[in-house]
Ligand binder design. Structure first.
Ligand code: ADP
Length: 350
């Protein structure tokens, strides 16, 4: 069974053709500069299908969709109703859902006879209890605007949790896991009895850990204080917190952890402070999630930083030696595309 997995950003389309029988990627690639060198997402997809040498026996296309709100707790077969629903979530993910939908519409047009499935980044975290997903704001904002914590990177957290259960030879339902997805965006999930019971990203991917350019948790009062002091409007403050903060803002060196580690190694004081803060916040979150689950069987690291930065894993191991004394520490490369392909297959085989 061959599944084409598509991840559409505003200016790029990442794709993978997956042979599910062998759980292997046949070909992967990226089309960049959409809107500059490539006219549209549709043209981008045409190039991809050319590269894949049509006619190709595709069983389905699996689309990554960032925000499914409260409506989607698992993958779904795309029809007009689903498209409407994805569109209704534009406001919740203005940077992601619109290009995701452009990809879906292009694929529907170019491959009208192939089933299309949407796999949502938020779906895995829909099992969180209300004490984890609600904010202590007037309740009507939750009811009126859906202001609550959703969490992201769900496909990645789910994939590495399933892999961990395979490696540990124990059913997921009997494990307490903390999965750390540390890439450009960073998030943790507390997974108890196979369910995500808490995760560090919230209403948007801005909450939680320190990330490449996102600030993670801050006192919300800083927002209006800075708006006043620097004369910033809502869009500018959002840009500041999303694109100019995190590792980049704090270090003034780079948003890339490799650059921070290199500079810290050369005793650059700002790089050292940035690294310390990153590790300290991560450590506190892991401790909090051990408390949330009343225990931990395994701590799992994944994504660019999680898979490669041995020094950070080591610091967590020693810094949390008491809490982690009975826990396995695993490094598991994430494979969101394979997870999307598997979920897509499950839907079309139903
Ligand atoms: P994305 O979230 O864009 O998929 P990745 O999972 O590729 O990102 O992670 C990117 C992050 O991983 C960057 O901060 C990068 O510096 C970091 N990274 C990649 N390789 C290494 C390495 N060898 N050591 C430390 N950090 C690394």
């Amino acid at each position: 069974m061959k599944i084409l997995v598509i991840n559409c950003g505003s200016s790029s389309i990442k794709y993978e053709l997956v042979n599910l029988k062998k759980s292997e990627v046949i070909v992967r690639g990226i089309i960049e500069k959409i809107g500059i060198d490539v006219k549209s997402h549709e043209v981008g997809l045409e190039i991809i299908l050319d590269r894949l040498m049509q006619p190709l026996k595709l069983s389905a296309v699996g689309h990554r969709v960032v925000h499914g709100g409260e409506k989607f707790s698992k993958a779904v077969l795309i029809d007009e109703k689903i498209i409407k629903s994805i569109r209704s979530h534009f406001e919740l993910a203005p940077l992601h859902n619109p290009p995701n939908l452009m990809g879906i519409e292009a694929a529907k047009k170019l491959l009208p006879d192939i089933p299309q499935v949407a796999v949502f980044d938020t779906a895995f975290h829909q099992t969180m209890p209300s004490c984890a997903y609600l904010y202590a704001l007037p309740y009507r904002f939750y009811e009126q605007y859906g202001i609550r914590r959703y969490g992201f990177h769900g496909t990645s957290h789910k994939y590495v949790a399933l892999e961990a259960s395979r490696i540990l030879k124990k059913p997921l339902k009997k494990l307490k896991l903390i999965t750390c997805h540390l890439g450009n965006g960073c998030s943790l999930a507390a997974i108890k009895d196979g369910k995500s019971i808490d995760t560090s990203m919230g209403f948007t991917p801005l909450e939680g850990l320190v990330m490449g350019t996102r600030c993670g948790d801050i006192d919300p009062a800083i927002v209006f204080y800075l708006m006043d002091k620097e004369g910033l409007d809502a869009e500018q403050i959002s840009e500041l917190l999303n694109k100019k903060s995190g590792l980049l803002g704090l270090s003034d060196i780079s948003s890339d952890m490799r650059d921070i580690l290199r500079a810290a190694n050369k005793d650059n004081p700002r790089a050292k402070t940035t690294l310390e803060l990153f590790i300290y916040r991560l450590k506190k979150y892991i401790g909090a999630y051990i408390a949330a689950m009343n225990g931990i069987d395994a701590l799992i690291f994944t994504a660019g930083i999680g898979e490669n930065a041995e020094i950070i894993r080591q610091r967590i191991k020693t810094g949390l030696s008491y809490l982690l004394k009975d826990a396995r520490i695993l490094v598991i490369p994430t494979n969101e595309e394979l997870m999307i392909a598997q979920e897509t297959a499950e839907i079309i085989c139903k």
